[in-house]
Design a protein around this ligand. Structure first.
Ligand SMILES: Nc1ncnc2c1ncn2[C@@H]1O[C@H](COP(=O)(O)OP(=O)(O)OP(=O)(O)O)[C@@H](O)[C@H]1O
Length: 227
């Protein structure tokens, strides 16, 4: 396997006696844009946490390509695919502080970091709120800030949990545009939703959790004019 690639084999997940889902095989890699669909409580968040290495599956293997277990990194999945929670955690302090703190974790060259910071502020339309306390932001603004922070890191694999749920149209459009830009940059994206969403139009594959099975299917998008 070359590039970033998570491979899942013979996965089962249950909590106590209660089965949640199983999947014979799943692949999530750079360039993939996957729509993860399922009703409330079917296990979308849990699956993302399994792929992020935050939750151990009941059985099966989850492998991160080219990532070795080591003394300093006993769990090769941690930090491999970024996972953005539906209710993201923000740090005390203003918007600018939250962005700068994220930038510290960037491994990109300085010039690219600064370019991405400008782009993140522009795309998330947070320029007028840079000095506002993160705690005072609206729900949509919080989501935009969380995605802007993630954007700074230029992730190879990114999982977004219900990224446009409970947002007004303006925030939805901004987040949609940011996700579209990440797609153009080749970031592998796994986007969860419990309802029909405009995000479906960006995706090439669907993982549907239904009847405790994860079913994979290809999505054939209509060709845009000129294609
Ligand atoms: N640590 C846990 N222990 C026991 N049960 C859990 C645990 N985590 C999640 N669950 C249960 O597993 C089920 C799936 O939860 P999960 O959050 O993954 O679903 P979801 O598809 O993301 O739901 P939603 O669309 O409502 O966000 C839920 O019934 C939840 O209560």
């Amino acid at each position: 396997m070359s590039g970033y690639h998570i491979h899942v084999q013979d996965l089962t997940m249950r909590f106590g006696e209660r089965p949640l889902f199983n999947a014979p095989a799943l692949d999530f890699k750079q360039g993939d844009v996957i729509y993860l669909e399922g009703d409330n409580g079917t296990g979308k968040t849990t699956l993302m946490k399994v792929l992020a290495g935050l939750v151990k599956p009941s059985s099966g293997t989850v492998t991160a390509a080219n990532r070795q277990r080591s003394f300093s990194q006993p769990n090769p999945l941690l930090g491999y695919a970024l996972y953005l929670h539906q209710h993201p955690y923000l740090f005390d302090g203003d918007v600018s502080y939250n962005l700068k703190l994220a930038q510290r974790y960037s491994k990109l060259p300085k010039a690219e970091q600064l370019q991405r910071l400008d782009a993140a502020i522009e795309l998330s339309q947070l320029g007028h709120l840079l000095k506002s306390g993160a705690a005072n932001l609206s729900g949509g603004e919080r989501q935009r800030l969380a995605l802007a922070r993630t954007w700074l890191l230029k992730p190879q694999l990114l999982m977004l949990d219900e990224p446009i749920s409970n947002m007004d149209r303006v925030s939805q459009q901004l987040v949609f545009a940011m996700i579209g830009e990440l797609k153009k940059q080749g970031t592998g994206l796994l986007l969860s939703s419990h309802q029909d969403s405009a995000l479906f139009g960006l995706c090439q594959q669907r993982w549907l959790i239904e009847s405790q099975q994860i079913r994979v299917s290809e999505i054939r998008q209509p060709l845009a004019a000129g294609e």
